[in-house]
Write a protein that binds this ligand. Structure first.
Ligand code: ACO
Length: 330
């Protein structure tokens, strides 16, 4: 039995916010944003559009590639920190909108590492239960709804978007055909307040005061995160390569979470992977958190730059703190 990726999809809303647009909103410059982050623009969802709406577009693209219909999907997992509502799960809203009436639905909260966490859970479910054949794994965010547009240190970084992956359990294939070669996840809750949203949960329910104090927006300690991000991703990547015996020169593509070009550069350098094998699209989307590596994977897939048997190394880092790496054989 083997688990295979049979479809990918992604979606970004039409509206684009450029660095020049941000220059008119806060005291910043295209030069600062470009040199410090590599971001040139980000996509922003319209008012009234929810995370599940972005997710649905990505899911439809992935189902089309996989050539499956919504009623064939056995479970839907949505990784997000910007769910439509506190409950029910965003996966349930996606289910309703695509009419995947036979699916079990749940969300995964692991910030920017969400898609990796979600893929690991999905693979384990498919391997464990014969009753599951098709999994729809989504990473989707409307980060513009939790960004403080008055805070220049964070508002320039984030964007909206969604990505989806369809996994299939194929009982006719040998184990050696499995797409997941090795995976390593990590977390360190001691750093939970380096990147978080203070209010709106049970620890600090919404009140007039929390709104006045702007506690419903992302708070981030950027410089500390920077170092931890590099260490977390490099460590996880090395573990997957050591476990599998795959060397950095065997990896066709590294697909890192798109948070900052300098972080991506530092990770690639420490893994000794040349930049032409590191997938980057941060200039177009900014940091889309859980959607980020899935958007990259979909662009790579559709560009024809991956062939069967290639090793693809996904790696991510995010609030929690959480991090991980996943080595795939395409
Ligand atoms: N425009 C102009 N100046 C700015 C801006 C801005 N948008 N933002 C901050 N500055 C100023 C600061 O006020 C500071 O000014 P000062 O020296 O007068 O005090 C100066 O620029 C330098 O600020 P630093 O925070 O030291 O800048 P740094 O080089 O560390 O870059 C950044 C900041 C881009 C946030 C970087 O630390 C980073 O990328 N960190 C990692 C953040 C990250 O990846 N977060 C997400 C990971 S998890 C996830 O994806 C959810």
């Amino acid at each position: 039995m083997a688990i295979r990726i049979i479809g990918t999809g992604s979606y970004a809303p039409e509206k684009i916010l450029t660095n020049a647009d941000l220059e008119k909103m806060v005291e910043t410059s295209d030069e600062w944003i470009t040199t410090r982050t590599g971001i040139k623009q980000r996509h922003i969802a319209a008012d009234g559009v929810a995370t599940s709406d972005l997710a649905v577009q990505a899911a439809r693209n992935a189902m089309e590639m996989a050539k499956i219909t919504p009623d064939q999907i056995n479970f839907i997992s949505v990784a997000t920190v910007t769910g439509d509502k506190a409950f029910p799960s965003t996966a349930c809203f996606v289910q309703k909108k695509i009419e995947a009436n036979n699916a079990v639905c749940y969300d995964v909260v692991a910030a920017c590492s969400g898609l990796l966490y979600s893929l690991e859970i999905a693979v384990a479910m498919l391997r464990s239960y014969k009753k599951y054949k098709y999994a729809l794994v989504i990473g989707a965010e409307k980060l513009s709804s939790i960004v403080d547009w008055q805070d220049r240190s964070t508002c320039v970084l984030f964007g909206d978007g969604a990505s989806a992956v369809i996994l299939e359990r194929d009982d006719s294939l040998p184990d050696s055909e499995d797409c997941l070669v090795a995976s390593e996840l990590g977390a360190a809750g001691i750093y939970s307040e380096l990147l978080y949203l203070p209010a709106g949960g049970s620890a600090m329910p919404a009140s007039h005061e929390t709104v006045e104090q702007r506690q419903h927006y992302i708070k981030m300690t950027g410089q500390e995160l920077f170092k931890l991000a590099v260490n977390g991703m490099v460590g996880a990547c090395r573990t997957t390569m050591k476990e599998s015996g795959v060397k950095s020169e065997d990896v066709t593509w590294v697909v890192p979470h798109q948070a900052n070009m300098r972080i991506i550069g530092a990770v690639a350098q420490r893994l000794t992977i040349p930049e032409e094998r590191v997938f980057v699209n941060i200039d177009k989307y900014g940091n889309t958190s859980a959607a980020s590596i899935g958007i990259c994977l979909d662009e790579l897939c559709r560009s024809g730059k991956i062939k069967r048997g290639d090793y693809i190394l996904l790696t991510a880092f995010g609030g929690g703190l959480t991090w991980g790496a996943m080595l795939l054989r395409w």
